[in-house]
Design a protein around this ligand. Structure first.
Ligand SMILES: NC(=O)c1ccc[n+]([C@@H]2O[C@H](COP(=O)([O-])OP(=O)(O)OC[C@H]3O[C@@H](n4cnc5c(N)ncnc54)[C@H](O)[C@@H]3O)[C@@H](O)[C@H]2O)c1
Length: 349
């Protein structure tokens, strides 16, 4: 399978893993010559270009889009029109209209769209999802997801302080896909309505909390941005309260943060006694080597992308949930602008 990669910071990480899961990385693109030079050292066999349009005519089977967060959809539309399968980083779209166009493009393309939302496939998220799928926790009532970075004020300013960089120009609610995508996957729901709040009015861009009413009737509470106390699970924490049990990733240091605490009250368990235990996810092994926890989601996504392109397997996260998660950030931004009033999330069908 011949792939190209656009955007070579996160994209170089993805390109390296593409090769490790058996894809042929034939083309690398970045408008920044320094990023291209660094990529050349890591993947010397790939062709280099500063123009992503060059990749349209290279006979690629698939393309990985890891350019600016708020600029993925136009590239996705172009590659889909050429019949090149797309694996796109978050976000999928930045407006309702763009989301609608993206869905229409996938429907009329011979190629597929997969969302590169590795947070859905982190070890603790998979363990919780399994417990929901088997019915162990009951119907989900409340689901909470965090994507929080405990960084110094100087480091935060360096990351989001430049209004010319995508991290500085996107709305404070936009980067919600690492929390909302796991929420939608675990609950098998669609977002219906969003209310967003700045955590600290003295520093409104630093962190936001969103409440998201889901189509199942459950409530999701998501937090993302920069707050102290993050867990070591790639800044990801997830908690699900079902009608029968709690499943919650451990808010502990190091490897513990990938584990999940399950709690079933005596009245709800088959044994008639309270069950409270911590489960450690099984390791993921790739060609005889254990994959580091933080990369498990990426490996599973890339293996699935390969299966989609080579064998026609359905995308792990197809375009609709990708657009839905992205539109939560769009609706959240509107809610922030209008004084934290609830904003409906339109169905982009
Ligand atoms: N899933 C994850 O765990 C994860 C982690 C980090 C970043 N990301 C996502 O990856 C994407 C990129 O993030 P990043 O941290 O690498 O950002 P970045 O700004 O550091 O890097 C983006 C790169 O893309 C290049 N680029 C942008 N537009 C381009 C264009 N039109 N043509 C060619 N090159 C172009 C830039 O020059 C830059 O080198 C974002 O969508 C981000 O959300 C995901």
């Amino acid at each position: 399978m011949r792939v190209g990669v656009v955007g070579l910071k996160m994209g170089l990480h993805l390109a390296t893993w593409c090769r490790r899961v058996g894809m042929d990385v034939v083309s690398l693109c970045d408008r920044d010559p320094e990023r291209l030079a660094a990529a050349k050292e890591r993947l010397p066999e790939a062709a280099l270009t500063e123009r992503w349009q060059d990749l349209l005519t290279q006979g690629l089977d698939g393309v990985v889009l890891a350019n600016d967060f708020d600029a993925h959809a136009p590239l996705a539309l172009s590659f889909l029109a050429r019949g090149v399968h797309v694996l796109s980083e978050a976000a999928a779209c930045t407006s309702y209209e763009e989301g609608r166009r993206l869905i229409a493009a996938v429907e009329s393309s011979s190629a597929t769209y997969s969302f590169a939302e590795n947070y859905v496939f982190h070890p603790h998220v998979r363990l919780i999802r399994e417990a929901v799928d088997t019915g162990e926790v009951g119907r989900v009532s409340l689901i909470e997801a965090d994507y929080l970075h405990g960084m110094s004020p100087e480091a935060v300013a360096a990351l989001i302080g430049d209004p010319l960089h995508w991290r500085g120009r996107i709305a404070a609610t936009a980067y919600c896909t690492h929390t909302v995508s796991p929420v939608l996957a675990v609950t098998d729901a669609w977002p219906v309505e969003v209310t967003a709040f700045s955590v600290d009015e003295a520093d409104p861009r630093a962190a936001v909390v969103m409440t998201v009413r889901l189509s199942t009737g459950a409530l999701a509470v998501t937090r993302h941005g920069f707050l102290q106390g993050e867990p070591d699970s790639h800044w990801s924490w997830l908690s699900v309260r079902g009608t029968h049990a709690l499943a919650e990733s451990v808010r502990g240091p190091g490897e513990q943060a990938w584990s999940v605490r399950f709690r079933t009250e005596a009245w709800a368990g088959p044994e008639g006694t309270t069950r409270d235990e911590v489960r450690v996810p099984p390791p993921l092994v790739l060609r005889g080597e254990t994959v580091e926890r933080a990369a498990e989601g990426t490996v599973l996504l890339l293996q699935a992308f390969r299966a989609t392109v080579e064998r026609g397997a359905p995308p792990l996260i197809p375009v609709r949930p990708a657009v839905a998660a992205s539109l939560v950030g769009v609706a959240g931004a509107e809610s922030l602008r209008n004084g934290s009033h609830p904003v409906p999330v339109p169905d982009p069908v």
